[in-house]
Design a protein around this ligand. Structure first.
Ligand SMILES: *Cc1c(COP(=O)(O)O)cnc(C)c1O
Length: 225
């Protein structure tokens, strides 16, 4: 399928999932995950109406930000992959969002390095909701304390939580657990608006649980090589 058609098909899936969940059609934002695909594919999706793009790898993301610099101000770049503390500076300077913060040191560096002429960097804390040893992210019990610390950093805006549930029969319970964690932080007084949850395979379950941002790659661009 051509990119504009698959993009439209994903939007239709999101809209149907919102209807099924009794949620307004604009309750869920689409983050188009462009990792491993060239800048020309991003340009095509942008021309078809996509505005927010997610990259996993810092070097690859920075290269695409540079390649598409003519779209700056009209396009949003989100880092959704792991971020080491020695790579924070270009990310603080070039990206609009980071979904993968799981350590205070990384958050402090992003806040210190965010240029004064830019709005605060939008942040989600990554939660290892499946508690897989191989995955990065905070354990659920660690989230509240880091959320309070990150919310206090001056050049960051804490928006919410991100997770990558383990595919399979346990996934719906993990979506629900993320939604409860998100609601608990809001009830605790943090003004959060983003639950970054759901990918090509599980976006319907994620929307049913309360996701406000789905991160979709292969359903739009095709299988990654
Ligand atoms: C690759 C990736 C996605 C998109 O996955 P698809 O299955 O291609 O939709 C979403 N989130 C993260 C963190 C990813 O690494």
């Amino acid at each position: 399928m051509a990119i504009p058609d698959s993009l439209q098909a994903v939007k239709t899936r999101i809209a149907a999932a919102c209807v099924a969940a009794g949620r307004p059609a604009d309750a869920v934002h689409l983050l188009v995950v462009s990792k491993t695909f060239p800048g020309s594919a991003v340009r095509e999706a942008f021309a078809a109406g996509a505005r927010a793009f997610g990259e996993n790898y810092v070097q690859e993301g920075l290269a695409k930000v540079g390649e598409l610099i003519d779209l700056r101000g009209r396009i949003e770049w989100h880092l959704i992959g792991p971020l080491q503390s020695n790579k924070t500076k270009p990310v603080a300077e070039q990206f609009d969002w980071v979904h993968s913060v799981d350590r205070l040191k990384v958050a402090q560096r992003l806040s210190e390095q965010r240029p004064a002429n830019l709005p605060p960097l939008n942040i989600c804390l990554q939660v290892n909701i499946s508690a897989e040893a191989s995955k990065s992210g905070l354990l659920p019990g660690e989230v509240a304390a880091l959320a309070r610390d990150v919310a206090a950093l001056p050049r960051l805006k804490l928006r919410g939580l991100m997770a990558i549930p383990e595919p399979g029969p346990g996934a719906p319970a993990q979506h629900q657990a993320m939604a409860r964690l998100f609601a608990a932080l809001q009830a605790g007084g943090l003004a959060l608006d983003t639950l970054s949850l759901g990918m090509s395979a599980d976006l319907e379950d994620a929307v049913a649980a309360g996701s406000t941002m789905v991160r979709v790659g292969s359903a739009i661009f095709g299988a990654r090589g």
